[in-house]
Design a protein around this ligand. Structure first.
Ligand code: PGA
Length: 241
């Protein structure tokens, strides 16, 4: 793991966006793995800025998002599809038919998971994946568990994740209880990974990811076994390293 400490969220956004820009410039038809959450927002703002300035052209790019809530359709303002439209896709030129977000309202959500894996494979695999990390060490919706999930699957959300995400809903009761998520195995297949974290409430998870044993009790710790992972944290999130 290549750990880099930055002064603040803005600096991480600029640095992570520069990685994406370099990826797209090197390989205009690359496949990007994208994440939701508050941490990547400065990265997406910077990517949009670079596009507006003419520095990067996303017209050949394909994207896959990590996860989606079960039961929310793409128009729901808390769906991850909606989040990606508002925070990134409306502002850059990835062709609509190359944007992939799991469907939480598919008639057969199990089949949806299998199709998603097939689509990633058919696109040639993910070149660069961005990840956030949960306070409990989760990546995407891969919560602490007994095993590392190999592929895209359905998960029951933990109380800690429902608690963390309820701020976006009218109440905790409105947070969906299930989600679809790429598995740890799907994520580990990405050729390069950047994982970003800010704030002191992520410090323990960041420590366990970087210095702890590789264990499904801290799903992000598996990234120690990935050949090309950059960890970008601010001083607060990196305080226990
Ligand atoms: P956050 O979420 O960026 O909103 O903190 C990260 C995550 O839970 O993966």
């Amino acid at each position: 793991m290549n750990v880099r400490i930055y002064k603040d969220a803005q600096a991480i956004g600029t640095a992570a966006a520069a990685l994406f820009a370099a990826q797209v410039i090197d390989k205009p038809n690359c496949v990007l793995g994208l994440a939701t959450g508050s941490t990547p927002i400065p990265t997406y703002k910077k990517m949009a800025e670079m596009y507006r300035e003419g520095a990067v052209d996303f017209s050949g790019v394909t994207t896959f998002n990590l996860d989606e809530y079960v039961g929310l359709d793409h128009d729901h303002d808390q769906s991850y599809y909606y989040f990606m439209m508002e925070n990134l896709f409306k502002h850059i030129n990835v062709p609509h038919d190359r944007i992939h977000v799991l469907s939480g309202t598919a008639a057969d959500v199990e089949a949806e998971c299998g199709h998603y894996e097939d689509k990633i494979k058919a696109a040639g695999g993910i070149d660069l994946q961005i990840l956030g990390i949960g306070r409990n060490g989760h990546i995407a919706f891969n919560e602490p568990a007994a095993d590392f999930a190999p592929a895209t699957h359905i998960v029951e959300l933990t109380e800690s994740t429902i608690e963390a995400n309820k701020r976006f809903f009218a109440s905790a009761d409105d947070v969906p209880r299930r989600a679809l998520t790429m598995g740890i195995g799907s994520i580990m297949k990405a050729r390069s990974i950047v994982i970003i974290a800010t704030g002191s409430d992520k410090a323990e998870a960041v420590r366990d990811m970087v210095k702890g044993p590789i264990s499904p009790s801290c799903p992000a710790s598996i990234l120690q076994a990935h050949p090309d992972t950059v960890v970008m944290v601010d001083e607060a999130a990196g305080a226990l390293l």
